[in-house]
Design a protein around this ligand. Structure first.
Ligand code: ZN
Ligand code: ZN
Length: 415
């Protein structure tokens, strides 16, 4: 992909958006940037914009998915299943510094094709207990964090198979910028302020209704009842980190989301988009829930990968998030399957298997974990979103005094 003058102008805005709106870097603060080597030029722009915005230090950590694949394939168990002390110390250092973290994600949907899923699961399981302190810090937004996306040739060809590689890269770049609300003649930082305010208004309305249960139904076969934890909080758009700064965790974002009750989900959900998990594409799948737990499931493709996911731990069989997105949104109107959660989840209502966000329950960041679990919080080492929204999705909210309030009709919010 050639970075023309006009693209460079947009990428500068994109970098500013990531730094100012995404992580909202503070004077003197440390910024950790995780980037794929595919995003070398953009990572450099981000580093420069971060320093210009006053960052104290920008630490860019590059990765290359082909090397990660080799690691899963060939590394000896001794190293594959070990988390060395120095890498744990590094996470502690970032936490102590309250470093902001930005991920420039360039997912390769075929990254782990041919890798034994059991070996990948073994490695994640071995690492999870040693790094759980950092996951907890991240999920509670201990400091600001954000994700933006960057194209790569494999991803671009997956999304636009009929185009030549270079054209596909340009088309995916355009789609990423459009979905992220970066155009040649706007101020994306300003536009995001307005956008997140709109999402906040939706959250406020849902919080005022204080629903006990949400009921979902569509012609794809979803017929699902989800109890929400009693003290749930709807969130979306901008967030405030524990160190006190407003930030936008996902660029793009269209969702408002909250916490399902870990034991209160019943019925069937049918996915409406494939799920990319560990580089494998799980297609045309359904899950049957009873009292919060997945008791039956099936998939046309990669059922084995779905099984691996559900068996990661106890919490992987239960829900940690329910998110509502109008079918009529910029990303779904693009009508592109991105094969990537950051985009596809913003095109459609979604659920997540696994860990819940403590910010989705009152006092969630202060209460001890046992108390949260008592209230219906789901704990897991995974958090995997999958899409189930559709143009004919109907959602009703049931209040504590039994009133039925229409929330979605024909795929969109009614309010
Ligand atoms: Zn979500
Ligand atoms: Zn999620």
């Amino acid at each position: 992909m050639i970075i023309t003058k006009s693209l460079e102008n947009k990428l500068r805005k994109f970098a500013k958006l990531a730094v100012k709106t995404g992580v909202n870097i503070q004077p003197g603060q440390m910024l950790i940037v995780n980037a794929s080597v595919d995003a070398k030029e953009f990572a450099t722009m981000v580093a420069e914009e971060a320093y210009l915005a006053g960052a104290g230090y920008v630490d860019v950590q590059f990765s290359e998915s082909n090397i990660s694949k080799l690691h899963y394939k060939y590394a000896s168990d001794k190293y594959l299943l070990d988390v060395p002390e120095w890498s744990i110390q590094k996470l502690h250092y970032w936490m102590d510094e309250k470093a902001a973290r930005l991920s420039i994600s360039s997912p390769n949907p075929e990254a782990f094709k041919g890798v034994d899923p059991a070996r990948m699961a073994k490695a994640s399981k071995a690492a999870a207990p040693k790094t759980s302190f950092f996951r907890k810090f991240s999920m509670a937004s201990g400091s600001q964090w954000s994700i933006v996306a960057w194209p790569n040739p494999v991803w671009a060809k997956k999304v636009f198979p009929e185009k030549e590689e270079n054209e596909a890269m340009e088309a995916l770049m355009d789609a990423i910028l459009y979905a992220s609300r970066v155009t040649s003649d706007n101020d994306p930082v300003l536009e995001w302020k307005e956008h997140t305010t709109r999402l906040d208004e939706h959250s406020k309305l849902l919080n005022n209704y204080h629903f006990k249960t949400l009921k979902f139904k569509n012609s794809a076969g979803t017929n699902l009842s989800i109890d929400l934890v009693e003290n749930h909080i709807w969130a979306g758009g901008a967030e405030v980190s524990l160190n006190g700064f407003v930030f936008a965790p996902n660029i793009p974002t269209e969702e408002v989301f909250t916490m399902p009750h870990a034991n209160g989900v019943n019925g069937r959900v049918v996915a409406t988009l494939p799920l990319n998990y560990n580089g494998k594409l799980i297609e045309e799948f359904y899950l049957d829930f009873k009292d919060g737990e997945v008791v039956a499931y099936g998939a046309k493709k990669e059922e084995e990968t779905l099984k691996q996911l559900l068996e990661m731990d106890e919490g992987a069989k239960r829900l940690g998030e329910v998110a509502l997105i109008s079918h009529d949104s910029p990303i779904s109107n693009l009508n592109i399957l991105f094969y990537n959660t950051l985009f596809d989840e913003n095109a459609s209502c979604h659920l997540a298997l696994g860990n819940a966000y403590t910010m989705n329950i009152k006092d969630g960041n202060e209460l001890p974990e046992e108390e949260l679990i008592k209230q219906g919080y789901n704990k897991s080492m995974v958090h995997v979103d999958f899409m189930f929204g559709s143009a004919d999705m109907e959602i009703d909210g049931i209040t504590y005094d039994g009133n039925i309030i229409p929330v979605f009709r024909k795929g969109n919010f009614v309010f």
